[in-house]
Design a protein around this ligand. Structure first.
Ligand SMILES: O=c1ccn([C@@H]2O[C@H](COP(=O)(O)O)[C@@H](O)[C@H]2O)c(=O)[nH]1
Length: 614
């Protein structure tokens, strides 16, 4: 772990369900490779993961089983270690690639910008060679051709058991990518001759489908389509899915009726979780056990990323856990953090502010802090025209909590890593401008105009602002305070209070309490549940309204200011509300400041640290 990271707290643990073929899965790490420096439960770093995987590999070699490592994308954007360097990712790609992977895929965050996808293609793809699988992604080459980002699939045989694996790697039907990459819709990819040939291959013991794709409830049902396509040709070869994108822990049984050979895991976010899956009873190159074992056994465990868990699951201790490579990688992370001055404080937060752990609006909501203080103060200072204004931002731009204490350079990127600036349209009729936020928060399907290029898309669907359907961390509601737990009716893929059978209540810490298709015993650490609350798509503030405006005569026109990321949505909403504007009517606001600049500037002015005050 990093020198300043807190030590893990001992807690009751469930055992690793080790099997014939074992998997460690990471997803949506978003640059948190230094671990969580303010949360003991997630305080191990990528160097520790390297040591951990090495111990489990040794265990596999010793007992003749196998271990495969998978990562399903969104490795970038969300932490100073990635975002603070110039160019971004200058340190993280060398740090990340020290961990070997058997299958690795791309996420939407690797594709938002030309520079990010080009960096990924130049660094990660060659580092992982055949393991970097891109079944439905192309990139524009230097001479303008659209070429595969990586191999479409990979067939390999596991080292100890001789299990023949055919692996593919997908990204969901993402449409917000920059113009140098091309995402092929999953429903079209499964019609490709290479896919059809691959799923007809009889010399396969396991189909491994990895991707930056939610396991359930997606409007496009990408993984269900892949499942159906495989089963059409191959009625009983086991299938293991590895998902991502929605930042949750989840385990799903695929298919209908008596299907017991197709399961998928999703392994959280921000290097809080290592997903572990095992399968036992697979046939192998040398032995066909399908005749003797009716169904392979799938098991899962979500491992909290801290040294207590990692030592226990690898049967090591602090004296023999670190490998040479793991230690070196932890040291490189510490050096990079120092070079980037990530611990430099902008100020000190007087209390915790939560994204999902406190209701919105409330005094402990980071969104309320932005809406009531940060945005009004900053925009009032910078509003040279003194026209009344309405300022809107998407809540998706806010990524994490703020903890009491130093608010550092790292924190600015942790809260908002994006480089979008603010745009404005001057003199918008108040009647329309004041209803944009409600329209964008309404959730129901609203038809977009031609500019979205897809008349059936909803605002949330378009660009993936809030993909409708999949349960994600922001959707986890919090009637958790209820005393009567029996009234819980939520389904799999959600976090809910766990009725723990554990007697040793004193050692139970707050954390994940996951319910999935296998029940509520998937988290390695037995936790006290944390309440989580829903947030809207958009928050906003009214700036420079005179008290007269508020009391009686509302302004006729206002300047409508919005985060550049929601420009398309805002224009579409205005059109829906009867006033049409085009891109040519928008101009830069706030001298090109990003949300990250807005937040750090406000903290510097308003949150003194105690020793500064003295
Ligand atoms: O420039 C950007 C890019 C993305 N966002 C927000 O992020 C989510 C997608 O993040 P996931 O981790 O893939 O869920 C997107 O819906 C936006 O809300 C942004 O604000 N600015």
């Amino acid at each position: 772990k990093q020198p300043s990271a807190p030590s893990a707290v001992e807690a009751p643990l469930r055992e690793l369900p080790w099997g014939q073929l074992n998997f460690l899965h990471t997803t949506d790490t978003h640059g948190w490779h230094g671990g969580h420096l303010q949360e003991p439960q997630y305080s191990a770093d990528w160097g520790d993961y390297i040591s951990f995987a090495s111990h489990l590999r040794r265990r596999a070699d010793k007992d003749g089983s196998d271990l495969l490592l998978i990562d399903t994308g969104d490795r970038v954007e969300g932490n100073g270690l990635y975002d603070a360097s110039d160019p971004k990712g200058n340190y993280t790609s060398d740090i990340f690639t020290q961990q070997s992977m058997d299958v690795i895929t791309v996420g939407n965050h690797e594709l938002y910008k030309n520079t990010t996808s080009s960096h990924e293609y130049a660094k990660l793809v060659p580092a992982y060679k055949d393991s970097y699988i891109a079944s439905n992604l192309n990139i524009t080459s230097k001479n303008g051709d659209s070429i595969p980002f990586g191999p479409r699939y990979r067939k390999f045989t596991t080292r100890n058991q001789g299990i023949r694996v055919l692996a593919m790697g997908f990204i969901y039907n993402f449409r917000g990518n920059a113009n140098n990459t091309q995402v092929q819709k999953v429903q079209d990819t499964i019609k490709e001759p290479w896919f059809q040939d691959a799923i007809r291959n009889r010399d396969v013991d396991l189909f491994l489908i990895a991707g930056h794709v939610a396991l359930r409830n997606t409007s496009e049902a990408e993984y269900d389509k892949i499942y159906d396509a495989i089963r059409l040709e191959n009625w009983d070869t086991p299938i293991a899915f590895f998902g991502g994108h929605t930042h949750i822990r989840d385990f799903k049984r695929f298919g209908r009726g008596t299907e017991k050979k197709a399961y998928g895991i999703e392994s959280g976010r921000y290097l809080e979780t290592y997903g572990f899956m095992s399968i036992s009873g697979l046939s192998t190159k040398s032995k066909d056990v399908s005749t003797t074992v009716a169904s392979p056994k799938f098991e899962r465990l979500y491992i909290d990323n801290n040294l207590y868990s990692l030592h226990c699951h690898s049967n090591t201790s602090s004296s023999n856990f670190d490998t040479e490579l793991g230690k070196n990688v932890s040291a490189s992370i510490a050096t990079a953090r120092k070079t980037l001055a990530l611990d430099r404080p902008f100020g000190c937060a007087p209390q915790d502010y939560w994204l999902y752990r406190s209701p919105y609006p409330s005094n402990h909501s980071v969104l309320s802090l932005l809406e009531e203080h940060v945005i009004p103060d900053t925009f009032t200072d910078k509003n040279s025209s003194h026209n009344p204004a309405i300022v809107l931002t998407n809540t998706g731009a806010v990524r994490f909590d703020v903890f009491k204490g130093p608010f550092t350079k790292d924190t600015t990127y942790i809260v908002c890593p994006f480089t979008s600036t603010f745009r404005m349209i001057k003199n918008v009729p108040y009647d329309a401008a004041s209803r944009v936020m409600k329209a964008l928060n309404s959730g129901g399907p609203i038809l977009l105009g031609d500019e979205a290029g897809d008349t059936e898309a909803t605002y949330e669907d378009w660009l993936g602002l809030r993909p409708p359907g999949p349960v994600r961390e922001s959707d986890l509601t919090a009637d958790h305070a209820e005393d009567d737990l029996s009234s819980f009716t939520r389904g799999a893929g959600e976090q809910r209070p766990l009725r723990s059978s554990n007697k040793d209540k004193s050692r139970i810490t707050p954390g994940y309490t996951t319910t999935d298709d296998f029940g509520d015993d998937g988290d390695d650490t037995i936790h006290e549940p944390i309440p989580l609350y829903k947030v809207p798509n958009i928050i906003g503030a009214e700036i420079g309204f005179s008290s007269d405006d508020k009391a009686k005569d509302l302004p006729k026109n206002v300047d409508l200011v919005f985060n550049e990321y929601i420009q398309g949505f805002t224009l579409a909403a205005l059109k829906q509300l009867g006033v049409s504007y085009g891109l040519e009517n928008t101009r830069q606001a706030l001298d090109g400041m990003t949300m990250t600049d807005v937040i750090s500037g406000w903290v510097e002015k308003n949150w003194k640290c105690e020793k500064d005050v003295a």
